[in-house]
Design a binder for this molecule. Sequence first.
Ligand code: PBG
Length: 305
Amino acid sequence: MIAETDVRPQQLILPLFVADGIAEPRPITSMPGVVQHTLDTLRKACVAAADAGLAGVMLFGIPEHKDALGSGALDDRGVLNVALRAARAEVGDACLVMSDVCLDEFTDHGHCGVLRSDGVVDNDATVEIYAEMAALHAAAGAHVVAPSGMMDGQVAAIRAALDAAGAQDVAIMAYGAKYASAFYGPFREAVASSLQGDRKTYQQDPANVREALREVALDVAEGADIVMVKPALGYLDVLRAVREAVSIPVAAYNVSGEYAMVEAAAERGWINREAAIAETLISIRRAGADMILTYWAHEWAVGQR
Ligand code: PBG
């Protein structure tokens, strides 16, 4: 009766991985219970997400072949575009189909963009690719595109490309405040990324919160419909500050490392798994997230019934 915060299925988004060239779903060792899906099992997972009343699914594609330019991302018959078509065909408008707009799943060097000759990510060339990618995702059926690469100007370029393609109704969930974090570790296994170096030239310094507010303000000005803070747990203060600074919906990403820590400790009997999951999700909501991307989304929604 007096609880100030709740976590409802329609506030949760389930990230799903789909890989090219696998016959069976492939477990992700560092994320117990999470797999790389085949197209077939992805379809089933999307239907299950919709049936559980989730807000949406966020799709990440893992191509069989990666290259320096991440060319698979612009292939209309590539893994992510095929998966988006399949997902949308399964769920229609019963839950939102969202797509990761980023190159790290597609590049052989694992960076979120293409590289200049000196090895640094080329912001502007990358933004052009994101814009094209987003238009392909929209054409494949995405309701929401989610640029996660933290390139400057990505939201404006994507909005323009979507509008030019007649996809005015497709929304942009912008990773506004995304930190260069160790907590993405298991995700690298999930998308088979062999990152060389780090992402500090484009992701944020964990020491900064005012910088996050500047980044978010730029995204809002460029046309973001939703802004995200990521990771969640170590950044609840950032989440609160962003919630107070903007009037558009705010999302938080409860990332792979946050998931893995709870699962690993629970596996050893060091922590009460269900209680830790509940506390995690409630804290993120309490800090100000309207919606949460979490690998526990389906389990939580089913458990609430
Ligand atoms: C980039 C992207 C990443 C995650 C979501 N989108 C990886 C990164 O920026 O290094 C991480 C999600 C997680 O750790 O659960 N495409």
